[in-house]
Design a protein around this ligand. Structure first.
Ligand SMILES: [Zn+2]
Ligand SMILES: [Zn+2]
Length: 253
């Protein structure tokens, strides 16, 4: 039971920081928050992703490239330019590391306007931290696992962030239905995205990249949206006002 709870908690907490902080905040700036809350969610991202911590800066740059070059040769992770999800994620990892370590200069339009915390980035990317978290997961399993097969779940903990990325990037551009023609192969894979917190509405999201709720039809459920709505109501974050088109009324004299 302890293992099941730990696995579910790690899965959804890691997923939440990815979709809420890295994707919707760092890459798209769909809402704002003050420096205190930004640091708090940054720290939560480190704690939740642990051994597979992703830098908000590198994530944001790669993700903006993904939107600009969706399903073309320059897309950092299109399933249509790789044989399987592993080779796709390996390619993504190499581009990510080049951007992270400043080995390549990204286009200027992809840079800026993302949270930075150099000390935490350095710690999160260090062997000390990555291996330390891995050892902690193993120790937890040694203490609480009741069946041998439970240990097979450990690789998912080690690579939680990339596992979520692989599911979203592979399935979200390959399997499912389309509401919009976006000139790419983006798809909505599930009606109720209980698996990846709304990220599998790729077709909706590529059409409307600044829309906070990834569900567009009334029957499409993005489970992260009510959480974001609540954080806005609690004044922890501030949603950007929706632009309302000016309506001209003709007044007859
Ligand atoms: Zn996409
Ligand atoms: Zn996006």
């Amino acid at each position: 039971m302890a293992i099941l709870i730990f696995f579910v908690l790690h899965w959804y907490l890691s997923l939440f920081v990815q979709t809420f902080f890295l994707h919707r905040y760092a890459a798209h700036k769909m809402f704002t928050m003050n420096p205190f809350w930004e640091k708090a969610f940054y720290l939560l991202t480190y704690l939740a992703q642990g051994s597979s911590f992703l830098s908000p800066r590198a994530y944001a740059i790669l993700h903006r490239m993904h939107h600009a070059f969706s399903d073309t040769e320059r897309d950092p992770h299109s399933p249509h330019y790789s044989n399987n999800a592993f080779t796709m994620m390996w390619k993504t990892k190499n581009i990510y590391n080049d951007v992270l370590n400043h080995r390549v200069e990204p286009e200027r339009r992809f840079e800026g306007n993302y949270p930075m915390w150099p000390a935490l980035e350095k710690l999160g990317d260090s062997y000390f931290s990555r291996i330390g978290w891995g050892v902690a997961y193993v120790l937890f399993y040694i203490a609480f696992a009741t069946q041998w097969w439970m240990f097979l779940l450990l690789p998912l903990h080690f690579l939680m962030g990339p596992v979520h990325g692989a599911i979203v990037n592979w399935s979200g551009h390959k399997y499912g239905y389309q509401n919009f023609d976006n000139n790419d192969k983006s798809r909505n894979s599930l009606f109720f995205d209980f698996l990846t917190g709304g990220e599998l509405f790729q077709n909706n999201h590529h059409k409307l990249p600044n829309r906070v709720n990834f569900g567009v039809k009334w029957w499409e459920v993005d489970p992260t949206w009510p959480v974001i709505w609540t954080l806005d109501k609690l004044s922890i974050i501030k949603l950007k006002p929706v632009k309302v088109k000016a309506v001209r009324t003709k007044v007859n004299a």
